[in-house]
Design a protein around this ligand. Sequence first.
Ligand SMILES: Nc1ncnc2c1ncn2[C@@H]1O[C@H](COP(=O)(O)OP(=O)(O)OP(=O)(O)O)[C@@H](O)[C@H]1O
Length: 250
Amino acid sequence: MKEQHPNRAIVMEVSNLEKSFGSNKVLDDFNLKLYKGENLVVMGKSGSGKSVMVKCLVGLLEADDGLITIRDKNITSLSQESLDILRTEIGFLFQGSALYDSMTVRENLEFPLRRHKERLDITESNQELVAEALENVGLAHAIDLMPSELSGGMKRRVALARALILKPSIIIYDEPTTGLDPITAKEIIALMNTIQETYGTSALIITHDIDCARVVADRVILLIDGKNYIEGTFQELAGSTDPQVRAFFK
Ligand SMILES: Nc1ncnc2c1ncn2[C@@H]1O[C@H](COP(=O)(O)OP(=O)(O)OP(=O)(O)O)[C@@H](O)[C@H]1O
């Protein structure tokens, strides 16, 4: 069982988040705290608002109300430039791997470096950073391949290497195991824990995958009716007698 880290610093905090589309109230007083170095899993059934929550966090959607603080900065009051800089401290692994099909693995990894590296305090060369990121996902040998030459699991690893290349302090995984066979999913799940150890990242993980939550979660939040219905360790939630919670863990 993984440990909780309640005494660590908070790197991301969402308070009283509200978001509606017309009469459809998707988020209704949603709250979360992400602690430094922890893996926090958010679960919820399809359509419960997980993606809307992530889009509000990264500024792709504007919340109707609430406060989002990332590394002590209130993102709703940041200028576009400050928001862009803050985004470089967050790595994203979105559903599907979203690699650029016309670029090699190396070029895919160099892309964020070209855009953002000079703003950051990184001294290693691009070549060193690409080699290190690929090494950390076990794909050093794939550096000159095209995405079409990679399996689904390899693509997910490359996408993860790309998400890590700027050495973000926070990583957001949106359904990291969706579409993968069970064995490949297990490899990605194990890799998520390795990354937590190697990079010391704090991770927000959106997933339906109970096996993924069991293995990676320090804490789990269950999102029901727009609210954090219950939160605790995986074991605490899995042992709950509440019928709405049990429905997820049976
Ligand atoms: N741009 C939008 N305009 C209108 N309604 C939207 C928009 N984006 C999301 N919604 C609605 O918000 C609700 C939550 O959607 P969301 O995609 O966040 O669910 P989810 O929990 O991520 O689901 P899944 O697990 O299937 O990805 C749904 O009712 C959806 O129809």
